[in-house]
Design a protein around this ligand. Structure first.
Ligand code: DQA
Length: 144
């Protein structure tokens, strides 16, 4: 099984940014743990991060050509307004799970809406880095 994890803007600053909200573990630390778990589970996992909308869209389109079986995406702030990322995700017919480290529904009102969620299979919010692991488990055990 081939899975792609996409992280949007500012997620490369995990461990540095707003630690009271996102915790102290670095982006690389979380993604390394995720890759180790994928290896144990026999999942071919690729991890991608970009601070730009176009970069994320290009990677989603590449996933189609690469015949990826599922996409786990934390779109960062783009979740709340990027119709272009939503359209890119909608154009690929594989399961998609949206992940947010923080509980966006407990935060500012502008974070309560995700334009991405309606084109995803499911959404995991508020469970910190565990959200990525749960999403990977869900892909393996339940969805694919
Ligand atoms: C986030 C939530 C978004 O609202 C925010 O813009 C982020 C991180 C999360 O993982 O909790 O950058 O996606």
């Amino acid at each position: 099984m081939k899975l792609l994890v996409i992280n949007g803007p500012n997620l490369n600053f995990l461990g540095i940014r707003e630690r009271g909200i996102y915790g102290t573990e670095s982006y690389d630390g979380i993604m390394e743990r995720l890759k180790e778990k994928a290896k144990e589970d026999g999942i071919d996992l690729e991890v991608f991060q970009s601070n730009s909308e176009g970069g994320i869209i290009d990677r989603i389109q590449q996933a189609y050509h690469d015949r990826v079986n599922g996409i786990i995406i934390n779109p960062g702030a783009y979740a709340h307004y990027s119709i272009a990322i939503r359209d890119a995700l909608a154009s690929i017919e594989v399961p998609k799970i949206e992940v947010h480290m923080s509980n966006v529904y407990k935060r500012e009102e502008f974070r309560h809406t995700s334009v991405i969620a309606p084109v995803c299979t499911g959404e995991i919010v508020g469970l910190g880095s565990m959200g990525y692991f749960l999403a990977m488990d869900a892909m393996k055990e339940y969805i694919i």
